[in-house]
Ligand binder design. Structure first.
Ligand code: TMP
Length: 225
């Protein structure tokens, strides 16, 4: 019998280091015989990637930004995420709706009720079960103090419209993630992202081992370089 799909999302403020671990995790799942789809938001389809470019580079108000992000999300769900879950894939998605609540909601101060309405509109009415609101099975939250994240980012690439925000913005975003995690403790797994890379990898794999989604041996490996 084929195994059911798994929808796993990765969240955290910019600089928390989540993206570099996603490929390692994909490899661990593949080694254990699972088909894996790796994707990201905003983005993941040709249309959603065009919307990503606009959202990350063009000035706009918070409602316009939220509408574009949820439009990208719906296209991504329809064309990539739902078909992959229907095939039984493990879907590893770098950011999803918690990022909208953290960045547009907590960071920019946009109305959380409007975001909840947009969430419902964008994430329901999808095959195979139109009545279901699609949500992640698990959200891995890379928790890192904003000042540490800012230090890490200062040596990284040219900042986009969000990465160039002031420290207070990231403090609000971090609180936004903490609020989301407190509201859905079953769905969230918190990772202490301040630790050394191999320790972050250990924490990460043990989350999956505890849920029975990866075999124990993976937790003892060194993780991605
Ligand atoms: P990334 O650099 O992790 O790919 O994310 C792109 C930026 O987009 C990041 O700064 C967070 C931001 N973002 C939002 O503001 N709202 C969202 O819903 C998502 C998914 C990302």
């Amino acid at each position: 019998m084929s195994r059911p799909g798994l929808f796993i999302t990765f969240e955290g403020i910019d600089g928390a280091g989540k993206s570099s671990h996603i490929e390692g995790l994909a490899e661990a799942f593949r080694t254990q015989g699972r088909a894996v789809t790796v994707s990201r938001e905003p983005g993941g389809t040709p249309l959603a990637e065009k919307l990503r470019e606009l959202v990350l580079n063009d000035a706009m108000d918070a409602l316009t930004e939220s509408l574009l992000i949820f439009a990208a999300r719906r296209d991504h769900l329809r064309n990539v995420i739902e078909p992959a879950l229907a095939r039984g894939d493990v879907v590893l998605c770098d950011r999803f709706t918690d990022a909208t609540f953290a960045y547009q909601g907590a960071g920019r101060g946009f109305d959380l009720e409007v975001l909840s309405n947009l969430e419902r509109m964008a994430q329901t009415g999808l095959a195979p079960d139109a009545s279901l609101m699609r949500e992640p099975d698990l959200t891995v939250w890379f928790d890192l103090a904003p000042d540490v994240a800012a230090q890490r980012l200062s040596t990284a690439r040219v900042p986009d419209r969000f990465e160039s925000q002031p420290a207070e913005f990231f403090a609000r975003v971090a609180r936004g993630y903490a609020d989301r995690a407190a509201a859905a403790p079953q769905r969230f797994a918190r990772i202490d992202a301040a630790q050394e890379r191999h320790k972050v990898w250990q924490q990460l794999t043990s989350v999956f081992v505890r849920r029975g989604w990866l075999a124990i041996m993976v937790a003892t490996q060194g993780g991605p370089r």
